[in-house]
Design a protein around this ligand. Structure first.
Ligand SMILES: O=C(O)CCC(=O)C(=O)O
Length: 265
């Protein structure tokens, strides 16, 4: 029998769309059914293991190098592993992203985020995402962060400060030597962040400007997540350097489209 690889359409309600637009984040339980999740997790684990076995020609630099201290992170697996592309390019997920943001969507990139156990204090500092991206407009990007295995407060589930997407893009936090993101918004210091633990197969969508954080992995197993990052289909390149666009021939002002950025909604 063929393996189940189709993520079914998710019946998103207007209440969920309203919640996402108000809070800049929403948890969606069971968006990946268990039988599909088994196949998806195996494909992603295999791809991460295969790529982790290869010693890179050049050490990672910049944000990439810093991320690698926090997790085993592999970017754009969909481009190198067709069995991962089946899931990363899912139109069912793309349509949820599009309805939440009210825009047609393309893939910006994907990333496996495997946070290994007890690797120092490997917390993910408070940050916004879209401020690192070479996009002329940074308001309507969204990320689905899928728990491939349960994500808990113990192993580094994500936490969010709801409503912070409305602040717009702030100065990027240096992830290697993080300044305090709340210095830019001191009135938010008393606000309690909302941790969102996830059962395997559940996910959050968060806007690219929503403040978020993840604790260190204090468990004895790897925290395995897969993120797919979407951008509106008319997103223009702003010319700044980024590992996804470097050397790809895009000119400032050009729409990020074509084979590298498939439309998915
Ligand atoms: O997985 C993590 O710990 C952080 C991920 C993150 O910041 C993101 O997906 O935007």
């Amino acid at each position: 029998m063929a393996e189940p690889t189709t993520i079914p359409d998710y019946p998103l309600s207007q209440d969920q769309i309203d919640e996402y637009r108000r809070n800049g984040v929403i948890r969606i339980e069971g968006i990946i059914p268990p039988d599909v999740l088994d196949v998806m997790r195996s494909a992603i684990e295999r791809a991460v293991a295969e790529e982790s076995a290869v010693v890179p020609d050049k050490p990672a630099t910049g944000t990439q190098a810093t991320y690698e201290k926090i997790f085993n992170q592999k970017v754009n697996l969909w481009q190198r592993h067709s069995d991962v592309a089946t899931f990363a390019l899912s139109r069912a997920l793309g349509r949820v992203a599009a309805r939440l943001e009210g825009r047609d969507m393309r893939i910006w990139h994907d990333q496996a985020l495997f946070k290994e156990p007890m690797k120092g204090n490997n917390k993910t500092p408070w940050h916004q995402d879209a401020v690192y991206w070479p996009h002329a407009d940074r308001w309507r990007q969204t990320t689905i962060w899928i728990a491939l295995r349960d994500a808990t407060p113990q192993n580094g589930c994500m936490a969010f400060v709801e409503g912070t997407q409305a602040l717009g893009p702030l100065e990027p936090v240096d992830l290697a030597d993080p300044q305090d993101l709340f210095d830019a918004a001191p009135h938010l210091r008393p606000v309690k962040p909302v941790p969102l633990p996830l059962k395997a197969g559940s996910a959050t969508f968060h806007n690219g400007l929503t403040f978020h954080y993840a604790g260190p992995n204090k468990s004895d197993a790897t925290r395995e997540a897969f993120a797919i990052i979407y951008m509106p289909d008319d997103t223009r390149f702003d010319g700044s350097p980024h590992m996804v666009t470097d050397g790809q021939g895009f000119a400032p002002g050009q729409i990020l489209d074509g084979a590298l950025f498939p439309a998915v909604s």
